[in-house]
Design a protein around this ligand. Structure first.
Ligand code: UDP
Length: 238
């Protein structure tokens, strides 16, 4: 088998990706398919770590708009990411993989507390590590958590799995003639205000020279192609 170009990757999954065709929640068929794709990475010798969002359950911003205090709403959002992390953990374990969940908010008896050096040790021992509860702080997103964790664990690549196969000049659903970029610099993303991730996470990646590949995970073998250095989706770099 060919050797991967990237040995440690941080995969950011949105909460909505776990819904499948449902309008809310988690589709176990989808988490199983994700576990299969992650197993391919492990079998190829890659150390995958995962940050999962919570948008399939809810986002703090939506609740704050209804009048709930945003700090509380964001705490609830972070708990939603933990529900997703546990669902993914279950799928990985059922697929015979060594995995663990590390949470930025302590939840004894449910999952471990986050520690960057323990996370690195677990990855080196062949375990898939899922980071739950975002950064542990309100007013952030799981995209920012993903950039932060990718930098902390010294990942070689961050991968953002989306519904579309890369970054486009405009929303390809609304504008069918929108162009897909193969390569972008972080400064181009910032100056053209391309909707990739929130600005805080983009700037964190740029400042720490963390390459990011945006791809569609439901495309067969997309993840594997990305770690093999193939031209999958869009690559953003400093
Ligand atoms: N959240 C937060 N701090 C973080 C990460 C997430 O407060 O560091 C909260 C926030 O309310 C957010 C929710 O958790 O809306 C779910 O995360 P996100 O919206 O990023 O999920 P995704 O869009 O990736 O599904």
């Amino acid at each position: 088998m060919t050797t991967p170009v990237y040995s440690r990757v941080l995969l950011k999954l949105s909460g909505e990706a776990l819904m499948g065709e449902q309008a809310f929640g988690i589709d176990p068929k989808v988490t199983q398919a994700m576990a299969d794709a992650i197993k391919d990475l492990v079998n190829a010798g890659v150390e995958p770590a995962i940050v999962v969002g919570g948008g399939n359950i809810f986002r703090g911003v939506s609740l704050a708009a209804e009048g709930v205090n945003q700090v509380t709403a964001d705490h609830m959002g972070m708990l939603a990411t933990t529900i997703n992390a546990l669902a993914l953990y279950n799928a990985l374990k059922q697929n015979g993989m060594a995995a663990r969940v590390m949470s930025a908010i302590p939840m004894d008896g449910v999952c471990e507390n986050y520690s960057w050096w323990k996370a690195i040790e677990h990855l080196q021992q062949g375990e898939v590590v899922i980071f739950a509860a975002g950064t542990g702080n309100p007013f952030f997103t799981t995209d920012s958590a993903a950039s932060l964790r990718a930098i902390e664990i010294q990942a070689d690549l961050m991968i953002k799995a989306t519904k579309v196969d890369g970054v486009y000049s405009a929303d390809p659903v609304k504008y069918p003639d929108a162009q897909r970029f193969e390569n972008l610099s972080y400064d181009e993303v910032i100056h053209q205000e391309l909707a990739v991730m929130d600005m805080a996470s983009v700037i964190l990646c740029r400042d720490h020279k963390m390459p990011l590949r945006v791809l569609n995970m439901s495309k067969q073998h997309a993840l594997l192609h990305a770690v093999m250095g193939e031209n999958e989706g869009t690559l953003i770099h400093s």
